[in-house]
Design a protein around this ligand. Structure first.
Ligand code: ITT
Length: 201
């Protein structure tokens, strides 16, 4: 059976790679640029859901095609939920992951409460209607970078689980586990699984 194609309104290569891996068996995931949309959408919303909708709606308005988007980020309890919706630009407009990580690590110096979570809101525009799917991944902020897999804040995020039902006793970061394992436990995997259930129903 031919796979259905789905446009992912993102400019983030890490997200695009993961969505392709997570949805790939059933759907062909096409990035925004490949679909002909290269606009940088201003994220002016006050929540992950607001910003996710801004991104999917912008592509839909420009191309008239169904699509989905992902707004995600890291929420750190000891930082009152920061960087949150500002995760991509936490240390400045150029979305530099190294600087973003440095800023979180320096703000966490001396803090014993290291609880944090990744959140993801996927916004789907399907046959012109809007749908949302949420995912989260609980864990802690480490004391230094570890590992080279994944993207963004992965080298400083220690998930509670390394696979469904398997506790992270070695305290590995998301950048130390395989892409397959990240894609079984992540906030993005949870939201995209719900999207895939919806589209298959
Ligand atoms: P698009 O809006 O084009 O999709 P973006 O990078 O601007 O790309 P967001 O506004 O949703 O996306 O910012 C989310 C940021 O949160 C992202 O840049 C990462 O720094 C971080 N992030 C989200 N999911 C992550 C993950 O799985 N691992 C590590 N960091 C993640």
């Amino acid at each position: 059976m031919e796979r259905q194609s789905l446009i992912f309104a993102t400019g983030n290569k890490g997200k695009l790679k993961e969505a392709g891996e997570i949805l790939g068996e059933k759907f062909e995931v096409i990035g925004a640029a490949a679909a002909g949309f290269t606009e940088e959408v201003e994220e002016t919303g006050q929540s992950f859901q607001d910003n996710a909708l801004l991104k999917s709606q912008a592509l839909y308005d420009a191309l008239g095609k169904d699509c989905f988007s992902d707004d995600s980020g890291l929420e750190v309890d000891a930082l009152d939920g920061a960087p949150g919706i500002y995760s991509a630009r936490y240390a400045g407009e150029d979305k530099d992951f190294e600087c973003n990580i440095d800023k979180v690590l320096s703000q966490m110096e001396g803090k014993t409460d290291r609880r944090a979570r990744f959140r993801c809101c996927v916004s789907l525009i399907w046959k012109g209607e809007r749908y949302f799917f949420d995912g989260k991944l609980e864990g802690e902020i480490g004391y230094a970078r570890k590992g080279h897999n994944g993207f963004g804040y992965d080298p400083i995020f220690i998930p509670d689980w390394v696979a469904p039902g398997v506790a992270n006793t070695e305290r590995l970061t998301l950048a130390e586990i395989s892409a397959e394992d990240k894609n079984r436990i992540s906030h993005r995997a949870e939201a995209l699984f719900l999207l895939s259930e919806f589209l298959n129903a």
